[in-house]
Design a protein around this ligand. Structure first.
Ligand code: PLP
Length: 444
């Protein structure tokens, strides 16, 4: 039961919280979203305004059904999935159930999925695993793009230090890499092409299937980091025609620290996490059964809600984007006009340092981002916007706004309404700074 306070905020009745005892993962009594999210989404800032979360590409709130499944598994299924006895076999059954749920979301066969500790590990596994397997065959070259996540870029740099050659292909001005540019980067000794499916900062979808067709025809393995597309748009490993695909639970309302690498049957790669024989000897270590169960439930929910969520978020994203462009002068959308994931927009605000805008918005109760979460808190220009050919100023003035399953029209309207005053104030400060001899109007 959910009680509405006079201010309209939801409070979970104590009885319901106490009664939050859930059955087995397959038989959950589902608490209402409002019951679980009531507290979280209606957090009050000091001024009395409700907070609104526009950073779903950094992470998503965990779905109540996932929380219930994780808690029930942690409590009831403590066995080690490798144990032969009853407790182990029960845990193993949960694991395989989750594998099937995840496989169904991406059109895979369950045996081809390897659970990992998240997207970063799956990216590392794909790239290092292929490199190690193909190095003895004389392959010493890798191709990727300049707009990948740090999990890919840093791994590529590490291999470069070990003597591998890496070619990084730039996207066009709208944030999309062309199949022609990638084809031109391939060499006779290229082992792997790693190309993300959706970019985490601007949301652009990359032509993975077209690029994969070119690369595979040249005997090059193809990996796609689909962390930002799985659960947002239909993803089918056969349609994408790749050999390896990375996904991560916390980007689609699942738990953090759990993800997977899909490996096409027969793909040559070596295990990078060595030890026991878990995951058919492809990834050693006792499985995180509760987390994996949560990933499976999140995958099942994503599969059933994909169309509905996508349609709703496209509307909200477009209202937000158009609303900001209309309300605030000298703004532009990065990646506009391209196929994008439905929840993401990246907007540049001329004359404003994005980090200052982020902080000002946070003080007003709006959580936004200036790019990938890993690099926020620094004034580094966005490597994605830089690769798209934007000026230094434009790589530092962009906000990433990402809506989600629980974003409301009211939250979007409030953000649009708040921006003119905040941006005016920040621009006035920048102008005053420019009036000081030697200071630049542009952020440092
Ligand atoms: N790849 C992309 C495109 C991402 O956006 C992220 C996370 O932001 C990752 C990989 C890393 O995933 P995880 O946080 O599960 O390690």
């Amino acid at each position: 039961m959910v009680q509405l306070s006079r201010s309209g905020s939801c409070r979970v009745a104590t009885t319901q919280r106490r009664a939050g005892v859930y059955g087995k993962a397959g038989n959950l009594s589902r608490p209402s979203s409002a019951a679980i999210y009531g507290r979280w989404y209606d957090l009050r800032v000091d001024s009395g305004r409700a907070r609104a979360y526009f950073d779903h590409n950094a992470t998503t709130p965990v779905d109540p059904e996932v929380i219930a499944g994780v808690a029930a598994t942690m409590r009831d299924e403590f066995g080690n999935a490798s144990s032969v006895h009853h407790f182990g076999q029960r845990a193993k059954a949960r694991l395989e159930e989750a594998r099937e749920q995840l496989a169904a979301l991406i059109g895979a066969s369950p045996a081809e999925l390897v659970f990992t500790s998240g997207g970063t590990e799956a990216d590392n596994f794909a790239i290092r695993g292929v490199a190690e397997a193909l190095e003895p065959l004389g392959r010493r070259h890798l191709v990727t793009t300049a707009i990948e996540h740090e999990a890919v870029l840093t791994t590529m740099r590490a291999l470069e230090r070990r003597g591998w050659r890496v070619t990084r292909v730039n996207p066009d001005r709208s944030g999309v890499v062309s199949a022609e540019a990638l084809e031109a980067a391939l060499a006779p000794d290229t082992a792997l092409l790693s190309l993300m499916h959706a970019n985490n900062e601007v949301g652009t979808l990359q032509p993975v299937a077209a690029c994969a067709a070119v690369a595979r025809s040249r005997g090059v393995l193809v990996h796609t980091d689909a962390v930002q597309s799985v659960g947002k748009v239909p993803v089918d490993v056969r349609d994408l025609d790749v050999d390896l695909l990375t996904l991560s639970g916390h980007k689609f309302y699942g738990p953090k620290g759990v993800g997977a690498l899909w490996i096409r049957r027969g793909t040559r790669l070596l295990a990078t996490m060595t030890g026991g024989k878990q995951e058919r000897s492809r990834r050693a270590g006792t499985e995180n059964v509760p987390g994996i169960v949560g990933l499976g439930i999140a995958a099942h929910l994503a599969a059933t809600r994909l169309e509905e969520d996508g349609a709703a978020q496209t509307v909200l994203r477009d209202v937000l984007e158009q609303g900001v462009l209309a309300a605030v002068a000298e703004t532009h959308v990065n990646g506009q006009g391209q196929a994008r994931v439905p929840n993401t927009t990246n907007i540049g605000f001329a004359g404003i340092e994005a980090e200052s805008l982020l902080i000002a918005l946070d003080l007003e109760g709006f959580a936004v981002s200036t790019g990938s979460a890993c690099s926020s808190g620094t004034l580094e220009p966005s490597h994605v916007l830089k690769a798209m050919g934007l000026s230094l100023h434009d790589t530092q003035n962009a906000l990433r706004l990402s809506v989600g399953r629980h974003t409301t029209r009211d939250q979007v309207d409030r953000l649009i309404a708040a921006l003119p005053a905040i941006t005016e104030r920040l621009r006035a400060l920048t102008d005053r700074r420019a009036a000081i001899p030697g200071a630049d109007r542009r952020p440092a």
